[in-house]
Design a protein around this ligand. Structure first.
Ligand code: G3H
Ligand code: 13P
Ligand code: ZN
Length: 306
């Protein structure tokens, strides 16, 4: 199957009523975990690389993604997560990404439209598809620290206007989720009515950022192995399932993989004090991430769709 555009994967997902995971990767083991899980679950998947991931892994990380994604038995897209500028998106496209996000959600609507449109025109000219965002998520965005109170949920009327003016292929919406492991004081409120109103006017695939479940069992294991973590809470599985029925086609997950990797490394180091072979430390961490990815693919409904 190999590499395809984000739109190819996401249009099928929206039409088929299932969600596809965009899992963030930063290294070889995370990428292997995502691709192996996708192949075993027979699921399409998106490999998401942030600008921070590109800085950390450099072009070599992109080559790993192209090699593993391109050789996979399932459709894979390589996606730039939260591209902060036209230049950043163009760099990703030159490196071989098949999908880019231009995130101008912090700017005013006119600037967001203009910059998104510029990226869309250049990306489409070379067969790459584009995600944009309107509204502002709570939690930590790359550019600004937005408290839950300052988050601006996506307005359906603005979203429709934005998509018709910008020409973007899929849209990230703010409906109550936020990035990271601390998404609320209790179960975060997801504005399903708002999502349904947006989906009613937009046939394009919709994107849920900040979708990690932050599983309690993993948080407890992280703590038991010596990690320190406050009142971590994620998005309930039922909210994700419902959001998929309401138009969400792309579901971003980073925190759950960070938690899985770090928890397993802590456990191995704590239980095998003499171990210093990296393969015996990172191997189990890779298995743990693979388990988490596969579990989410079943929740999203993408398992068995490739
Ligand atoms: O939404 C952001 C992703 O979790 C990527 O985070 O910029 O620290 O790589 P990062
Ligand atoms: P989480 O922090 O919930 O994993 O969200 C990741 C994300 O939205 C990446 O763009
Ligand atoms: Zn995000």
């Amino acid at each position: 199957m190999g590499l395809v555009t984000g739109l190819e994967i996401l249009a099928a997902a929206r039409a088929g009523g299932y969600g596809v995971g965009a899992f963030n990767t930063n290294d070889l083991e995370i990428t292997q975990a995502i691709i192996e899980a996708a192949e075993e679950a027979r699921s399409p998947v998106m490999l998401a690389l942030s600008e921070g991931a590109l800085k950390f892994g450099g072009p070599a990380l992109v080559e790993i993604c192209k090699y593993l994604g391109g050789g996979a038995k399932v459709p894979v897209a390589i996606h730039l997560d939260h591209g902060s500028s036209f230049a950043s998106c163009m760099r990703a496209i030159r490196l071989g990404f098949t999908s880019v996000m231009i995130d101008m959600s912090h700017a005013d609507e006119a600037t967001n439209v203009a910059e998104t449109k510029r990226v869309v025109e250049a990306a489409h000219a070379v067969g790459v598809t584009v995600e944009a965002e309107i509204g502002r998520l709570g939690g930590i965005e790359e550019h600004v620290n937005v408290s839950a109170e300052d988050a601006t949920l996506t307005n359906p009327v603005e979203a429709e206007r934005f998509m018709s003016e910008s020409g973007a292929d899929y849209l990230a919406v703010a409906i109550g989720t936020s990035h990271g492991a601390f998404k609320g004081k209790g179960r975060p409120f997801i504005d399903h009515a708002r999502l349904r109103a947006i989906a009613a006017v937009l046939p394009q695939p919709l994107v849920m950022h900040g979708a990690s479940g932050v599983p309690t069992a993993l948080v407890e294991r992280f703590r038991a192995a010596g990690g320190v973590m406050g009142d971590a809470i994620g998005i309930h599985e039922d909210d994700v399932r419902q959001a998929v029925t309401e138009g969400i086609a792309k579901i971003n997950t980073d925190t759950d993989l960070r938690l899985a990797l770090t928890t397993r490394v802590r456990e191995v180091l704590a239980s095998k004090l003499e171990e210093f072979d990296p393969r015996k430390i990172l191997g189990p961490a890779r298995d743990e991430m693979k388990r988490v990815v596969a579990e989410r693919m079943h929740v999203f409904g993408s398992a068995g769709k490739a």
